[in-house]
Design a protein around this ligand. Structure first.
Ligand SMILES: C[S@@+](CC[C@H](N)C(=O)[O-])C[C@H]1O[C@@H](n2cnc3c(N)ncnc32)[C@H](O)[C@@H]1O
Ligand SMILES: Nc1nc2[nH]cc(C(=O)O)c2c(=O)[nH]1
Ligand code: SF4
Ligand SMILES: [Mg+2]
Length: 233
């Protein structure tokens, strides 16, 4: 089986609850959404990068292993577009992986959830213009969250916020997640301020408003992308 991979590199995880872990990033090519803030436009083209077999991917990853290696980050683009390949790869090579996903394809998530140790699931906002039908996307994200929780994956969800983001929008999403996921005690929400961070110099009081709004419903952390501050890939 083959998959188009945009890039494979070793770095320090810069987002979410595994921040600081040394990971090997496998950036799959192609994405089914078009978030207006996306910082990885090069990964959205399904033909970008090169085509890899499972064995070729293993060899590339194996050549990048370092003493501090923690796990593989399966990212993109959208890795769920490559669920069959990911399943085949992880059945052959049982690496610990972090799946960095938009959660929009629960049927694809079902193929790999049992093989994924860590997952970061982005909840997109209507203002992100990720898709024309936000309600359906949110329902799919909730289905994917429940699949991961049911498979005992170490999971957190993440929301990218902009200075224009309305606190009520975040409150509504956090309350619906609390109502509709199977076990809220298993789920933290990471609030991730959109990069570039200079947006936030005059808006940092909003960070407290967002955190308090989510804190009424879920465990919450506010964490920026630190790889950009460290100037690592
Ligand atoms: C490039 S996406 C790939 C994985 C998956 N498609 C997703 O959206 O989660 C990885 C993460 O980058 C983050 N991201 C992309 N552009 C960003 C930006 N301008 N500011 C902050 N986070 C950003 C999103 O939170 C997303 O979860
Ligand atoms: N260092 C580093 N950490 C990351 N966490 C998520 C990333 C992504 O692009 O999916 C990313 C990335 O591109 N680099
Ligand atoms: S889903 Fe992820 S890769 Fe796709 S456009 Fe949005 S942030 Fe970028
Ligand atoms: Mg990135």
């Amino acid at each position: 089986m083959k998959a188009h991979i945009n890039e494979i590199f070793s770095s320090i995880q810069g987002e979410g609850k595994l921040i600081g872990r040394r990971q090997i990033f496998v950036r799959f090519s192609g994405c089914n959404l078009h978030c207006n803030y996306c910082d990885t436009p090069q990964g959205l083209d399904p033909t970008s990068g090169s085509s890899f077999s499972e064995e070729q991917l293993f060899n590339s990853v194996n050549n990048l292993i370092t003493p501090d290696f923690h796990s593989i980050s399966l990212t993109g683009g959208e890795p769920l577009l490559h669920a069959d390949f990911i399943r085949s790869f992880l059945e052959k090579y049982d690496f610990n992986c972090l799946l960095e996903t938009n959660g929009s394809l629960p049927d694809e998530m079902e193929k790999i959830a049992e093989l994924i140790k860590y997952a970061s699931l982005d909840i997109k906002l209507p203002e992100h213009r990720s898709t024309s039908n936000w309600d359906n996307l949110f329902k799919d994200e909730l289905k994917s969250l429940n699949l991961l929780i049911d498979n005992k994956t170490n999971i957190y969800c993440k929301i990218v916020i902009l200075p224009s983001t309305k606190v009520d929008a975040i409150k509504l999403i956090a309350s619906r997640i609390l109502d509709e996921i199977s076990d809220a005690s298993k789920l933290s929400m990471v609030i991730q301020p959109a990069y570039p961070l200079n947006h936030w110099i005059k808006n940092n009081e909003k960070l407290f408003e967002f955190s308090e709004a989510v804190g009424n419903y879920l465990d919450v952390l506010t964490i920026p992308q630190v790889h950009k501050l460290l100037k690592v890939r």
